[in-house]
Design a protein around this ligand. Structure first.
Ligand SMILES: Nc1ncnc2c1ncn2[C@@H]1O[C@H](COP(=O)(O)OP(=O)(O)OP(=O)(O)O)[C@@H](O)[C@H]1O
Ligand SMILES: Nc1ccn([C@@H]2O[C@H](COP(=O)(O)O)[C@@H](O)[C@H]2O)c(=O)n1
Length: 219
């Protein structure tokens, strides 16, 4: 996209299945930016531990797995499995794991021409100087329905009540942890997508990004 500054960062945070990844991918494509789904980095650590038959609560082992993680080798198809999200939220409470992953995420964000990162602490911790910060929410019921549809559309079978319970438990762990809890940055724009389809949410986000780009041109 022409008219982009040398470096531009979009931070998107929100709870599970709020639609932040969908939005992040579309914004990255629209504005010619890199994209990193930081949830995959926590999922990658959890999967490495599970595959090695290691416990999820040993800080030293989890930190080693986080330091060894290669951002270029994250396999979305494998890591997106519903159960890995729960394991990821357990390793995500450990500060040494977060420190190791945040270093990698910041290095990714610093690569020109900039990036869209989505996760739980992007606007507050990873990229506090981001040009645009979005905090994407939807009700737990709407999010559970979206996840249920996604699993069914992929040929799997899913139990709505269990998905809703998983989402609520993960929200509580992510919002309640001591280090980098999920919360909106003070300067984040709130986007409640409960009653928005994907296109409407994308257009709303583009308006905010375009306004920031116009403001940066005037600087
Ligand atoms: N505004 C929307 N309306 C309807 N469905 C949506 C909307 N946004 C996203 N979805 C669908 O909801 C599901 C979850 O979206 P997505 O994976 O983007 O969420 P997420 O916040 O990145 O989730 P996670 O934190 O678990 O990675 C997907 O199937 C996606 O297509
Ligand atoms: N910036 C982030 C991103 C994710 N997490 C943790 O990982 C779990 C899985 O994330 P998904 O986005 O793939 O659902 C999530 O529940 C968080 O515990 C994080 O802490 N910080």
């Amino acid at each position: 996209m022409t008219g982009m500054p040398d470096k531009f960062t979009i931070a998107i945070d929100g709870p599970a299945a709020s639609g932040k990844g969908t939005l992040a991918r579309r914004l990255a494509s629209q504005y010619g930016l890199h994209h990193l789904d930081t949830g995959l980095t926590y999922r990658g650590v959890a999967k490495a531990l599970i595959d090695a038959d290691e416990p999820l609560d040993d800080v030293a082992i989890a930190e080693r797995a986080a330091r060894a993680l290669d951002l270029g080798a994250l396999d979305r198809a494998v890591l997106s499995a519903h159960g890995i999200g729960e394991a990821a939220s357990k390793v995500a409470v450990m500060t040494p794991v977060r420190t190791a992953l945040v270093d990698k995420q910041r290095a990714f964000a610093a690569t020109p021409p900039g990036a869209v990162l989505d996760g739980r602490d992007i606007g507050t911790v990873v990229c506090p100087e981001a040009d645009v910060k979005l905090y994407v929410i939807a009700s737990p019921e709407v999010r559970a329905t979206r996840r249920w549809r996604e699993i069914e559309a992929g040929g799997g079978t899913a139990d709505y009540a269990r998905i809703l319970a998983d989402i609520e438990r993960r929200d509580a762990r992510d919002m309640g942890r001591e280090d980098s809890p999920l919360r909106p940055a003070n300067d984040a724009h709130l986007l409640d997508t409960s009653e928005m389809d994907i296109e409407t949410a994308f257009q709303a986000a583009c308006k905010l990004v375009d306004a920031r780009l116009a403001a940066r041109k005037e600087d």
